[in-house]
Every structure is written in C-alpha cells, then in structure tokens.
Design a protein around this ligand. Structure first.
Ligand code: NAP
Length: 245
C-alpha cells in the first residue's frame, strides 16, 4: 500500500519535497568546520546549476537565518548574501527572533523572493507568541520530532494553524521497537524512522554525508509501514534527544 507523498503542500501553496537532505553538521567546538562545510555546499550547488545538472527551480533550498542577522535591516542582506551561492526557496528562523525580525521575513515573502518563510525549534508557546504579532503564519516549523520524541501537542497545534512540520532523523536508530519493525519490513531503522515521519505528514531532512546512506534515505516511497506495525510506535517511551539545531 504505497502512498504518493513526494511533496507536501504548504499554507503558501508552494510544494515542499517530502524528503530532503540536512546539511547542518555542527558538532560541539566545530562551528568553524560547519561554516566551511556550508560554504562548500553553496559553491557546489552553484556549479551544479552552471553545469546544467539540475534546474534551479527543481530544487527546494531552505536556510536558517543566522543568529547575528536578527536585526530587521540585516534580514534582506542575509537573504541576498545566501542567494549568491545557493538561491534559496525558504528562510527559517531560530526561536529567539524579535517581532521585527519576523516582519522583515514577511517582507521577503511579500516581495516574492521567498516562496515560504518558517521557523525552527518553536514550541507551542513560542508559536502562540509569534502568531499574536505575525501577519504571515509560518509555513513550516523545523523541529525535533521522531518516533522517540513524537511531540503530539506540538503536532496538533501546528496542524490546527496550518503549519507544516519538517523533522530530522536524530540518534534513535538503535531503538528496540524501531529495529524490530525494520527487521519485519526488511528495511533499515533509518528508512523506517523516515517513513514514520512521512506517514505522520511531516517532511524529513536527514543529514548524511555518506552517499550510500543518502540513497537509502530517499528509498522510502514505494512501500509503507502497515497499520499493525505503525501502532507499535505508540508504545515507545518518549524522550528528547535534545540536539535542536
Ligand atoms: N536535530 C534537531 O533537533 C533539529 C531541529 C531542527 C532542525 N534540524 C535540521 O534537520 C537537519 C538534520 O538534522 P541533524 O543535522 O541533527 O541530523 P539528523 O538527520 O538528525 O541525523 C544525522 C545523523 O544520522 C546519520 N545518518 C543519516 N542517514 C543515516 C542512515 N541511513 N543510516 C544510519 N545513519 C544515518 C548521519 O551520519 P552520516 O552523515 O555518517 O551518514 C548523522 O550522524 C539539519 O538541517 C538541521 O538543521 C534538526
């Protein structure tokens, strides 16, 4: 019973791919390396476009607004700077933004430059505070959600406001229920965790720098977790991994 869920429609009408590639790989004390990696990815993307390997409009590229760019006048500058290397589709913000930061992001959306604007790691409380002052509802909240930290209240709240959830893979691949289900389906734990996300209605952005694992992570469309096995996920004891990026 395969489901066709290759895209999810956002509240802006734009269609976000249901599986993406997370590229942020900050490790403690390795921010410099991460920035270098991010710049390299931008340069690599530019070459991909120039070589005609893929058309710009065929890629959906999301970036987070850097914490030092929260002043409203810095937001359009940050957008322009990021677009120099990788032509963004959507800009998302960290939770500690000011109402004026969001207004500057709304202006980017109004101008048509950003096809969507969103947030990252926003709790229900943070979203309530933002929605109290926002003119444009965030299209996406990118946040830690996986079988071991399902966050049903946040999910329900976002659903009620039309906010789509994008989720990472996180370090849960040894979970007993996940590995048991994976074994039964003949899939890897990562594939089952990702497929769980898709069946919950979330887009998934697993980070990997390994070609075989990237391939594996995109092989999640022509099969699904049947209901009896899907129900097993409600038995998992919930715990945040807490690696919110
Ligand atoms: N983590 C959060 O709470 C959170 C919150 C908001 C937004 N995000 C965003 O979500 C994206 C991804 O999150 P993340 O960077 O925390 O990484 P992640 O997707 O949670 O996990 C990445 C880890 O899983 C491994 N991995 C990937 N595919 C695998 C597979 N098929 N089998 C086994 N291991 C696999 C990777 O190793 P290899 O590279 O060696 O394959 C890496 O160690 C990022 O862009 C981040 O900004 C994350």
């Amino acid at each position: 019973m395969a489901e066709s869920i290759e895209f999810f429609e956002l509240n802006t009408g734009a269609k976000i791919p249901s599986v993406g590639l997370g590229t942020w790989n900050a490790a403690p004390n390795a921010v410099g390396e991460s920035i270098t990696a991010a710049v390299k990815i931008g340069v690599a993307l530019k070459k991909v476009f120039e070589d005609g390997l893929v058309k710009r409009e065929d890629l959906w590229i999301t970036s987070k607004l850097w914490n030092t760019d929260h002043a409203p006048e810095d937001v359009p500058k940050a957008w322009t700077e990021l677009c120099k290397t990788c032509n963004l589709t959507m800009l998302i913000s960290h939770p500690d933004i000011l109402p004026s930061t969001w207004r500057a992001m709304e202006a980017l959306f109004d101008s048509g430059k950003a096809r969507a604007i969103g947030v990252s790691n926003f709790s229900v409380k943070k979203l309530e505070d933002l929605l109290a002052v926002a003119r444009v509802t965030p299209a996406v909240n990118q946040v830690e959600i996986h079988p071991v930290w399902q966050q049903p209240k946040l999910h329900e709240y976002c659903k009620s406001k039309g906010i789509h959830l994008t989720v990472p893979l996180e370090g849960i691949l040894k979970n007993r229920i996940l590995t048991t289900v994976a074994k039964k389906l003949g899939k890897t734990p990562a594939q089952v965790a990702l497929r769980w996300g898709l069946q919950m209605g979330h887009s998934v952005v697993p980070k990997s720098t390994n070609e075989a694992r990237i391939k594996e992570n995109f092989d999640v469309f022509d099969w699904s977790i049947p209901e009896n096995l899907f129900a097993k996920f409600s038995e998992i004891e919930q715990a945040s991994i807490g690696n919110s990026l």
